[in-house]
Design a protein around this ligand. Sequence first.
Ligand code: C2E
Ligand code: CA
Ligand code: CA
Length: 695
Amino acid sequence: MNERFSGVRNRPTSASGGEPEFFRRMVAASADGFAYLDRDLTYRAANATYLSSWDLTSGQVIGRRVDEIMDRDFYAKEVKPRLEACLAGERVVYEAQLPRRGVRTGWGEVSYAPWLDELGEVDGVVVCVHDITARHAANNSLSRLGEIVETAQTEVYVFDPEHLCFEQVNQGGRSNLGFGMDELAAMTPLDLMPDYDTPTFIRLLEPLRQGSKSQVVLQTRHRRKDGTCYPAEIRLQLLGKEPRFVALTTDTTERQRAEEAIKHLAFFDPLTGLSNRRLLMDRLARAVSASRRSQLTGALIFIDLDDFKTLNDTLGHDQGDRLLRQVAKRLSSCIRETDTLARLGGDEFVVMLERLSGRAEEAATQAEVIANKLLAALREPCALENHEYRCSASMGVTLFGRRPVRVEELMKQADLAMYRAKAAGRDTVRFFDPRMHVEASARAALASRLRLGLDHGEFLLHYQSQVDGAGQVTGAEGLLRWQHPQRGLLEPAAFIRLAEETATILPLGRWVVEMACAQLTSWSERTETAGLTLAINISAVQFHHPDFVAQVFAAIERHGCDPNRLKLEITENLLRDDREGTIAKMSVLKERGIAFALDDFGTGYSSLADLGRLPFKELKIDRSFVQDLVTNERDAAIARTIIALGDTLHLDVIAEGVETEAQRDWLAGHGCHAFQGYLFGRPGPAATSATRLDA
Ligand code: C2E
Ligand code: CA
Ligand code: CA
């Protein structure tokens, strides 16, 4: 409203033709009230609308001050401060209850615009009063039901019949759409309905306007602020004395979902009850985009039965169906519930695995392990009518992960790999990427060999001494070795990760605990070794196992060793999940006298802030820092910090991987007086490592 005056910088000129004359006429005829006040707030001009709202004549108004016309309270509270602001150069717009023919009943939007003289000084005020009584009345009548409507589950939209602008939208509507009322006030239903254009919508409202229909129901969509749509059932009515369109709207997403679930029955294979191709493709598309987000790998395994056609032809389709049902059952027993098993038709099955490791080679191993499991399951004889049938399959595997790929492409890859498996003599697995195959096979073989190795007693514990500042052996760290029948003595780097991935670390770790306890007991029997401590490494998987504490206690009991001599080395990554549970577990063990060392310290991202809360006894400076201590200032700084930290938190500090006198001297010079490393002895069997460790 202020805009009407904003461009005018001169006093109104006398009414004598030309543009000013048109302005005068426009103002005179306007349905809005206009008045002009000078600097003293004295009326200089007012149009008919303005005068009639006060029920006064021009003579009663012109030349009089504003406060003489208005009643004192109203003037003081509503008008005076605003007029003063306007005289100071501000434009003011507000809503107020206004006189209507002298009685204060109506509502108006009042604006004060400063009038500027040639020098840009405020010289007066242009008053404009726009009657908004009707809008207020409409709002008021609605506000009676307002609260109920506002909080109703159903979305309620009220819009005016003339411009179709929203006047009210309840909370249900606003929150589903994501628009605020201020935004909606500038919108019409058409802005929400992507399926309608203006003429269609207006035609739709016609029967309501004419009263030939009391309600119009639409099944359509509403578009949210974020651009997404939801299915909506809209009931349109024209209601009220001052009629308004009211749209009661239900978000039918849930209903549609239920309907879809019924439709989904059409997504299953009637013979086996497995997903059919359509459902598989759907899930695959979702899995592909999910794995791009999660950075985890997925695998698609194509399975084709060998010689199924022969069976079908010789024993008949009944027997064929029977076999397919048994195959379905066996395959599904080998996979997790979250994986998908589908039958594409005939003797073709597909397994989709999700959330495998983020590292491709690990994922390949995981997929290969499962594929081998599937192959093994199928090799078991199937019971057909008076017949035992031996079945096998060829499988093709392809992986998907970070990189975008079309599902059809993946299906092709897995299919191709499956044909390679057929060509390789059937009853076998091939990867789409042949390099994957070699690597995955080797790892899968090693993984299954690990378990066997444990059963065959191929593991041993080597010991590496730990010494004090005077070079006296105070204890040892037990380090695992695998005496592999073909590959010789393997160090942990070759198998620990794999053991962790395949959970073999659980029995393997348990074995280490047993060994350690047995060793401590045997040391306790000789005075020279009775005082030694033994540290062993504990994997996160092992530590977090619910039975871990019980297993350690049981081993101590069984071997009758002194728990005060046992030290568990854990790494920072173990502290990442379930911090509270970890602290609790550590505390229970500590209470029995078992000590904890924080291994590889400095390589992770431990929050130093709560290191003090954790029941550690010792920090182990990682070998990587010790290595270049003497030459690398950064490593030296880290070592210094760890030593200082140990000092502050009253923790022992031991340096591992000490190979040279220079390293030892540097460490001793900086306050670290416990060492482990080749300088003092390499890891070896108890009988041959540092003499003092001899059992
Ligand atoms: P770690 O706990 O940091 O063990 C220290 C590693 O440094 C050992 O390697 C040891 O042989 C090596 N080392 C010791 N002194 C020196 C030295 O002066 N110079 C050099 N260059 N190396 C030195 P190892 O035995 O190959 O063990 C590697 C890792 O395997 C261990 O690192 C530990 O994280 C893990 N590990 C070993 N045994 C077990 C076990 O029983 N259970 C579990 N979960 N992990 C184990
Ligand atoms: Ca260690
Ligand atoms: Ca270490």
